[in-house]
Every structure is written in structure tokens, then in C-alpha cells.
Design a protein around this ligand. Structure first.
Ligand code: SF4
Length: 343
């Protein structure tokens, strides 16, 4: 028998004996499972919990989310990153209200058609909320399976993902598919850890784990090197006036669409060039407070920023608004910028 053909009973027994209590597990509904799975993409559980609780308090149902103002939604999402997730949640909520009379679609194929939902998330919702026997395969599950099967293929390969999905589809228990998928996630999060040696001594699968037997588990999975990230260079101006800072809204398309940012220009400006830029914006520097180098790393892009923090006089460009401690929620700002200042 292969490791995957043996995994179900010991894995579920281990899961039943104790697993993390998480807010989206306390009350299970398709809506809650969906929101939690979207928030958990690329984001740690500990970071998600307070966002999930605030989100559920503000939008307790799919109807409430569909009726939300985008600004309110983005303010709640501020700091969580990958903002297209929030926009897709919003679009999908409107889709569910408009096309499914507000009732969450109850099967993998229909769930998969909603905006922002891929195979993994559709599998998670269909199995956890509706008991459909479909696997949910993400990077954590691929890592666990690569170690269990002592597989040295590149786990970023779509062919391997398809094969693992098919193998799990064949062994997933029909009566406990949601628990099985959650147990796989739990094993990846608590025992068969990423970027660190797996805790094989605590693992319910050790007896049949081929990576453990070969001694190679800690060096798996094999991950083809990521393509080099694109680098972009900016000069960013944190311009302060009477306790507020100048902000401007980003384009409604592309990276961080419609969020707010500090005025900035492409390239690295010297102080003389920066002073010329300020005069072009018709503001007068009153006090140069600091010049810093900052970096922000996105999935595919790295921003290298030279940041000037300056007290100014003058109104600046007509597109600018003035953000401060009291009105910050009206100007949601991505972490790439909010980490540059205190407001
Ligand atoms: S025995 Fe070790 S390598 Fe194998 S699945 Fe368990 S934790 Fe991962």
C-alpha cells in the first residue's frame, strides 16, 4: 500500500485527539469557511484571526458583504495585504446574491466559478461546509505528500499537483472529507512544518512515511527556484502639515488598485532633485526631518524606496488629501506605505 492509501485512519484519529481551536472552526458555514480560506491565502493564522473576527462582526452574512461599500471593506482589510482578495470576495458576494438568491452554491463545480476561488479554496469549502468528497491541495498539502512519498519532483509543477490531487481524490474518506482536508492542513501547520525540520517524532504518519524512512524528509520538498522578482525604484515623500500627511489615491487598475499612497515618483532623487520636485508640486519644505531607504517585497516585485519625511507649507496638488490619525480609515493605505510613517 502507498502512504496515501494508509493515511486516512491515523490522520483522522490524530486530528480527533486534539487540534487548534480557530474562530472559523467554532461555527461552520460556507460563508465563514470561504472568508477564512481567502484570508489565509499567503497569510499566517495568527495574523488572520483578528481580521476574521472584525470582518464577521462588520459583515455577518453574504448579503451584508454584497451590500458593503468598497471603502469600508478595504479599510477592514488594511494591513492584510493582497488586496485583490478583498475585491474578489466583494464581487463573489454580489454574484451569490444576484445569481444564487443569496444561497452559497453547494458543490465544487459551482463554487469554483466564483471570482477569486481556485481549486484549493473550492475544495476546502465544498468539503468542509458541504461534505463533498474532494481534496483541497495547496502548498502545505503538497509538502506533506512530497515528504510522505519521498518525492523529489518539483512541487511547483502543475503536473505533480494534478497527480497528488488525483491520488488524494482516490483515498479521501467519503464520510469525513472536510475533517480529512483540515487534518492535512493541521499536520502541515503543526507537525510537518515548512522551512524547518519536520517534527517526525510527533507525527501520526511516521510508520509509513517514506521520507522519514529514507532520511530525506527534511530536505523535501524540491521547489524550483522562483523566477527573479522585478525591481522597481521610487522616491516617496511623507509630507506633513499640521498633524496630517499628504496622500493620493492609486489608479483603479493594477497593483494595490484604488488604495492610498504617499506622493512618489519613479527613480531615486537626490535632495536637490527632491526639492525641485516639491517646488513642482507647489509646496515649500519647512523642515527636512529624515531620509531613509526602505524596501517592500511583493510576490513578484520588489520596491526599493528612498523616503523623504518633510514638514511643508502649501496645499500641494489638487488630487492630494490630508490623512491623519482620526481620518485614516477613510484613506486605506497598503502596508508598503503605511509602514513608512506613524499615521
Ligand atoms: S513523518 Fe515526518 S516527514 Fe513524514 S509526514 Fe510526518 S512529519 Fe512529515
Amino acid at each position: 500500500m502507498t502512504p496515501l492509501q494508509q493515511i486516512s485512519a491515523p490522520l483522522l484519529a490524530w486530528y480527533d485527539a486534539g487540534h487548534r481551536s480557530l474562530p472559523w472552526r467554532e461555527i461552520v458555514s460556507p460563508y465563514r469557511t470561504w472568508v477564512s480560506e481567502i484570508m489565509l491565502q499567503q497569510t499566517r493564522v495568527a495574523a488572520v484571526i483578528p481580521y476574521f473576527q472584525r470582518f464577521m462582526a462588520a459583515f455577518p452574512s453574504v448579503e451584508a458583504l454584497a451590500a458593503a461599500e468598497e471603502g469600508q471593506l478595504m479599510a477592514l482589510w488594511q494591513g492584510l495585504g493582497y488586496y485583490s482578495r478583498a475585491r474578489n470576495l466583494h464581487k463573489a458576494a454580489r454574484d451569490i446574491v444576484g445569481n444564487y438568491a443569496g444561497v452559497f452554491p453547494d458543490n465544487f463545480a459551482d463554487i469554483r466559478k466564483l471570482p477569486g476561488i481556485g481549486d484549493y479554496t473550492a475544495g476546502a469549502i465544498a468539503s468542509i461546509a458541504f461534505g463533498e468528497a474532494v481534496p483541497a491541495v495547496d502548498g502545505n498539502v503538497l509538502r506533506v505528500v512530497a515528504r510522505l512519498t519521498d518525492c523529489e519532483e518539483n512541487i511547483l509543477s502543475p503536473a505533480l499537483r494534478r497527480r497528488v490531487t488525483a491520488e488524494l481524490q482516490a483515498v479521501i474518506p467519503r464520510d469525513r472529507s472536510g475533517d480529512f482536508n483540515q487534518a492535512m492542513m493541521e499536520l502541515g501547520a503543526m507537525v510537518c512544518l515548512p522551512n524547518t525540520p519536520p517534527r517526525c517524532e510527533e507525527c501520526p504518519c511516521r510508520a509509513f512515511c517514506q521520507g522519514y524512512e529514507s532520511g530525506r524528509a527534511a530536505s523535501l520538498p524540491v521547489r524550483e527556484k522562483n523566477a527573479a522578482k522585478r525591481r522597481e525604484t521610487y522616491t516617496v515623500f511623507v509630507l506633513r502639515r499640521a498633524g496630517s500627511e499628504a496622500v493620493v489615491q492609486r489608479s483603479s487598475q493594477g497593483l494595490l488598485a484604488s488604495l492610498w499612497e504617499y506622493p512618489n515618483v519613479l527613480g531615486t532623487l537626490s535632495e536637490t532633485e527632491a526639492a525641485r520636485q516639491l517646488s513642482g508640486w507647489q509646496v515649500v519644505p519647512h523642515k527636512w526631518l529624515k531620509k531613509e531607504k526602505k524596501r517592500h517585497i511583493f510576490t513578484h516585485i520588489v520596491w526599493d524606496m528612498t523616503v523623504y519625511t518633510i514638514e511643508i507649507t502649501g496645499d500641494g496638488c489638487k488630487e492630494w488629501c490630508w490623512r491623519n490619525h482620526d481620518n485614516a480609515a477613510d484613506y486605506p493605505m497598503p502596508t508598503a506605505f503605511s509602514k513608512l510613517s506613524k499615521h
